[in-house]
Design a protein around this ligand. Structure first.
Ligand code: IMP
Length: 429
C-alpha cells in the first residue's frame, strides 16, 4: 500500500509527466503500462528541460525504479537513444527495468502506419506515425516480436524473417511501397539487444513482490481517456488502454491492488490529431491559449487544437477510471483571460445531454453549453505556495469543476517547474 494510477482524463498532454514526477518523490517504483514513443513528456527541474518518450518520468529521481511494462510497444532505437541522452545529462539510468513481454516497434510498423494514414487521406486518424497501431495489430494477430525475443538471437531472426516476408507483400501489393531487408533489421536490432538486455526481466513478478512488501507503486498512463480504444472517440483514438484498467493488464497486477486513481486534467482542453472536439476554439482565444501554453505536440511538433474545459468528457473519464482525485494542471496558462468558460452539457437537436452521445457523428454535431466564470491575473497565481493562497476566482473555477464531475481536485499545476505544484488536503498516495 498504496498503489496509485495516474491517468490522462482528456485527450492526452494533460501534464501527466509533471504530476508523475511530483508523486514519484513518494514512489519506490513508477510503471508505464501502455503506448510507446507516441507519447512525450516534458519535465522541467530547476529550469532544465527533460524530454521523455518511453521511460517514465520517475527516472529523474535516482531512488525510484522505472518500469516499461508489458502493455507497452517499444521502439528499441528510441529507447537506446533516450537512455544515452539521460546518461549524457548526468542521470546514470541504472534505475530502468523493461518487461520481457513488451512488444517491439519494428521499422515496418512505422512504414505501415505512414502508408495507411496516406491511404485514408482526409479521413486519416492523424497518428504520430511512430508505428503504434501496426505494432498493437501484430500483438493481437499473435505475430508480434517481444523484448524477450531479443535475448534469443535465433528465435528473433526467425520471427523477423517471417514478419518481413508478410509485411513486404502488404507494403508492395496494397500500398505500392518499398519493402524491408530482414538481414539489416536483425543486425540492427541485435545491436540494441546488447544495450537493453541488462534491463529486461519479468517486471510483473518484481512489481507484485514490491507491493507485497508494502512499497509505493505509481502506474503512469500515456495519452488520455478520450483516446482510449474502447471508451474514446473511436476511430480517432490510439490503439491501447490509457485508462486505469489498462494499468492492471499492462503491468501484470490485479485490480484489487490499486488503491487510488488520479485523473490529470488540464484547466482547458487540447487535442492533437483528428476527431470530434465539441469545445474547440477556432478564434483568437484559441490562438492565445495555444501560444501562451506552448501547445505544440512534444512528439510531432504539430500545433494542438485547443478549447474550453469539457465537463461532459471529464464525467466520462471519472466513470470509466473510477477517479479518486483530480490533478488540475496549467491553471497559469489561463491567467489574464477576463472571462473563462466551462462546458457543462451539450445541446443536440434541441435536447440537453450530460453524457457523450453514442455516435461519433452526433458528437460532431453537439453544441456546448457553457458556464461563465471570472478569470485571474498571472501575478496572483505564480507566487501562491498553498491552495488557500490562490485567488478566489481560481478556487471558484476549481470548485465548479469539482461540482460538475463529483470528484475533488487535490493537485494543482500553477507553472512549468517541479516547484510550481500545490497540494490541497491529504493525498492518499
Ligand atoms: P497513434 O497513437 O500514433 O496511433 O495516434 C492516434 C491518435 O492519438 C492521434 O490522434 C494522435 O495524435 C493521438 N496521440 C497519440 N499519442 C498522443 C499523446 O501522447 N498525446 C496526445 N495525443 C496523442
Amino acid at each position: 500500500m498504496p498503489a496509485a494510477v495516474v491517468v490522462g482524463a482528456q485527450w492526452g498532454d494533460e501534464g501527466k509527466g509533471k504530476v508523475t514526477d511530483f508523486l514519484a518523490q513518494r514512489a519506490d517504483i513508477v510503471v508505464r503500462y501502455q503506448g510507446g514513443d507516441n507519447a512525450g513528456h516534458t519535465v522541467v527541474i530547476d529550469g532544465k528541460e527533460y524530454r521523455l518518450f518511453l521511460v517514465p518520468s520517475g527516472v529523474l529521481r535516482a531512488h525510484t525504479l522505472c518500469v516499461l511494462g508489458n502493455g507497452m510497444v517499444i521502439d528499441p532505437k528510441v529507447l537506446v537513444e533516450e537512455i544515452d541522452n539521460l546518461k549524457a545529462q548526468g542521470h546514470p539510468a541504472t534505475n530502468i527495468r523493461i518487461s520481457h513481454a513488451a512488444h517491439l516497434v519494428m521499422p515496418y510498423h512505422r512504414a505501415l502506419d505512414e502508408a495507411d494514414e496516406e491511404r485514408l487521406g482526409s479521413k486519416s486518424i492523424g497518428t504520430t506515425k511512430r508505428g503504434i497501431g501496426p505494432a498493437y495489430l501484430d500483438k493481437y494477430s499473435r505475430c508480434g516480436v517481444r523484448m524477450a525475443d531479443l535475448l534469443d538471437p535465433g528465435l528473433f531472426a526467425a520471427k523477423v524473417k517471417a514478419n518481413v516476408e508478410h509485411k513486404n507483400e502488404i507494403l508492395s501489393k496494397i500500398y505500392s511501397k518499398p519493402g524491408f531487408d530482414s538481414k539489416q533489421i536483425i543486425e540492427e536490432y541485435l545491436g540494441f539487444s546488447e544495450a537493453l538486455s541488462p534491463y529486461i526481466q519479468d517486471t510483473s513478478v518484481m512489481i507484485n513482490d514490491a507491493l507485497k512488501q508494502g512499497k509505493n507503486v505509481l502506474f503512469e498512463g500515456a495519452q488520455g481517456t478520450m483516446l482510449e480504444i474502447d471508451h474514446g472517440t473511436y476511430p480517432y483514438v490510439t490503439s491501447s488502454y490509457p485508462t486505469a484498467g489498462g494499468a492492471c493488464i499492462g503491468a501484470g497486477v490485479g485490480p484489487t491492488q490499486i488503491d487510488c486513481v488520479i485523473g490529470v486534467v488540464k484547466a482547458y482542453s487540447s487535442r492533437v490529431g483528428n476527431g470530434p472536439f465539441p469545445t474547440e476554439l477556432h478564434d483568437q482565444m484559441g490562438d492565445h491559449i495555444r501560444e501562451r501554453g506552448h501547445e505544440y505536440g512534444t512528439r510531432t511538433g504539430r500545433p494542438r487544437r485547443v478549447g474550453w474545459l469539457d465537463a461532459v468528457g471529464l464525467r466520462m473519464s471519472v466513470r470509466v477510471n473510477s477517479l479518486s482525485a483530480l490533478a488540475i494542471t496549467r491553471l497559469d496558462t489561463l491567467s489574464g483571460i477576463p472571462e473563462l468558460k466551462i462546458c457543462t452539457a451539450y445541446r443536440l437537436d434541441g435536447k440537453i445531454t450530460e453524457d457523450m452521445p453514442l455516435s461519433l457523428a452526433d458528437v460532431e454535431r453537439c453544441e456546448p453549453i457553457y458556464e461563465k466564470l471570472d478569470g485571474w491575473e498571472a501575478d496572483e497565481i505564480v507566487s501562491a505556495t498553498a491552495y488557500e493562497l490562490l485567488p478566489t476566482s481560481v478556487k471558484r473555477y476549481v470548485e465548479t469543476i469539482e461540482a460538475l464531475v463529483g470528484v475533488e481536485a487535490k493537485i494543482f499545476g500553477i507553472g512549468q517547474d517541479r516547484a510550481h505544484t500545490i497540494v490541497k488536503g491529504h493525498l492518499a498516495f
